[in-house]
Write a protein of this length. Structure first.
Length: 166
């Protein structure tokens, strides 16, 4: 296995210790990231969600609000994330026949991107949804959380569909 120089990694110093990257010299720019994921659920949960009849209440609204709150708290959860100003968060949940899809878009005008905020948003929205439905479906399962797109900053535009074709 080839050796890797730890200085190749931005979050590791020359001695191999974790560090927070200094972004003070970067230009402020508008940045946006979209992440997706899903929660696999039983047909009974789908039926209850579609009828707004989950025993604990409006599960989709709770998941949406939890996701928004999580995006704003990402630096508290992910140690090397920079605290940045979140200017907008959109969380969409769609009930399908065997799952609920979650899509979150986070936007800022800052010196670093919002991919981790979008991922955290989706993950916590999924956790909140599982919490809301677990009495009906203890096997509910969060899956496939990933970044789909990021815009802004030095790299400009990145889209998963383009990256997968390359």
């Amino acid at each position: 296995m080839p050796s890797t120089d730890v200085t190749e990694f931005s979050h590791v110093d020359g001695r191999g210790h974790a560090r927070m990257v200094d972004v003070s010299a970067k230009e402020v720019s508008v940045r946006e990231a979209t992440a997706t994921g899903l929660v696999k659920v039983s047909s009974r949960v789908v039926e209850l969600l579609r009828g707004n009849a989950i025993p604990k209440g409006d599960a989709l609204a709770v998941a949406r609000i939890a996701g928004i709150a999580a995006a704003k708290r990402t630096p508290d959860l992910v140690p090397l994330c920079h605290p940045i100003a979140i200017h907008g968060v959109t969380v969409d949940l769609e009930v399908l026949d065997d799952r609920v899809t979650i899509s979150a878009t986070v936007r800022t005008a800052d010196r670093t991107g919002v991919e981790m905020e979008a991922l955290t948003c989706v993950a916590v929205a999924g956790l909140a949804l599982v919490d809301m439905v677990k009495a009906v479906d203890p096997a509910a399962e969060i899956d496939a959380i990933r970044v789909e797109e990021k815009l802004g900053g030095k790299t400009g535009v990145w889209r998963r569909d383009s990256a997968e074709q390359a």
